[in-house]
Design a protein around this ligand. Structure first.
Ligand code: SF4
Ligand code: SF4
Ligand code: FES
Length: 321
């Protein structure tokens, strides 16, 4: 069987005895088909029993083995070494703990912060007695078109990979995190749930409007889930339940109003409609620059030629949602 000599440069850190993290190289023979997790296990069994990492199922189900491979977070048990060598055109792979969580030891991070936030968001079904029968003899039906709204989010294995790459998590201690907020949305659109859209208030209190839509969570998820999509829809639900008096909701409404009025984004009125006079003052330097470069347009915009068609498309899109 084809095999290659591969060096694993592993970030080591034992807070009980190391002053700071350091990297240690382990060179081993890797055969085709071997996963990163199998390589780590080989190193632990045959070279260095002190190496610490977390893994259970070895089948991309338990979500415990996420590590950074050459800077990018992946499940170690799902990732084949040869594939990574081909991607990076190298015989050396750097393995590090994932970000945004404290390192307990070597490749093991503390999940408590990430999971603890989700726990506070009531991530479980609160049955609606009108819909869910109180006897096991009757079924509680969910129709395919209802399931479609939240199906993908039920595949989450709580690996915290999305949390580790999230820009908003990095900058906002209160931010709920991608998988937690996506789970709030998942239950908000579950027809059996008694809170339904009201759950969006929880998303609001966990700063869902601070998501910057960088899409890193969707890009990194090993289960191909897009938490950001759930968060965007949760924002929509929050507007529907009347949580409109905040910059995030006002910003969305300003975009919407612009399209309704002219079919184009009215960048002059956008700061005013989002943040009031404060927004105008904040954007004044940019506004002056735009005027000087001839890029500012009048706040009164004529509707575009295809405006009527656009309005029809918007109407259909709203109905589909
Ligand atoms: S899109 Fe939002 S939730 Fe996803 S990583 Fe970026 S900031 Fe975080
Ligand atoms: S959404 Fe994806 S990346 Fe995030 S915890 Fe769930 S499975 Fe992991
Ligand atoms: S060991 Fe369970 S997901 Fe990798």
């Amino acid at each position: 069987m084809e095999s290659r000599k591969v060096t694993f440069r592993i970030r080591r850190f034992n807070p009980k005895k190391d002053e700071k993290p350091y990297y240690k190289d382990y060179t081993i023979d890797v055969s085709k088909g071997m996963t990163i997790l199998e390589a780590l296990q080989y190193i632990k069994d045959n070279i260095d029993p002190t190496l610490a990492f977390r893994a259970f199922c070895r089948s991309a189900i338990c979500g415990s083995c996420s590590v950074k491979i050459n800077g990018y977070p992946k499940l170690a048990c799902k990732t084949q070494v040869f594939n990574e060598l081909d991607v990076y055109q190298t015989d050396t792979l750097t393995i590090e703990p994932i970000d945004n969580m404290e390192v307990i030891r070597d490749l093991i991070v503390d999940w408590d912060k990430a999971i603890g936030k989700m726990e506070k968001m009531r991530p479980y079904l609160i049955p609606d007695p009108q819909v869910v029968p109180d006897t096991l003899d009757e079924e509680s039906k969910v129709y395919p078109e209802e399931l479609k709204k939240y199906d993908s989010f039920t595949d989450c294995i709580l690996c915290t990979t999305c949390f580790s790459v999230c820009t908003a998590v990095k900058h906002d201690e209160n931010y709920g995190g991608p998988f937690g907020l996506a789970r709030v949305y998942r239950f908000a659109v579950d027809p059996r749930d008694s809170l339904k859209k009201e759950r969006s208030k929880v998303g609001y209190s966990f700063d869902m409007w601070n998501c910057v839509r960088c899409e890193k969570c969707a890009d990194a998820c090993p289960k191909h889930i897009a938490p950001v999509d759930g968060i965007m829809k949760l924002r929509g639900l929050s507007i529907e339940v009347g949580l409109k008096d905040n910059p995030g909701a006002r910003h969305v409404m300003a975009f919407y109003k612009s399209l309704l009025e002219s079919g184009m984004l009215n960048e002059v009125l956008l700061p005013l409609r989002t943040k009031g006079i404060k927004g105008v003052i904040e954007n004044l330097p940019l506004g002056i620059k735009m005027i000087l470069k001839g890029k500012a347009h009048s706040p009164i915009m004529k509707p575009i030629k295809e405006h009527e068609t656009l309005l029809k498309v918007m109407k259909v899109a709203m109905e589909v949602e």
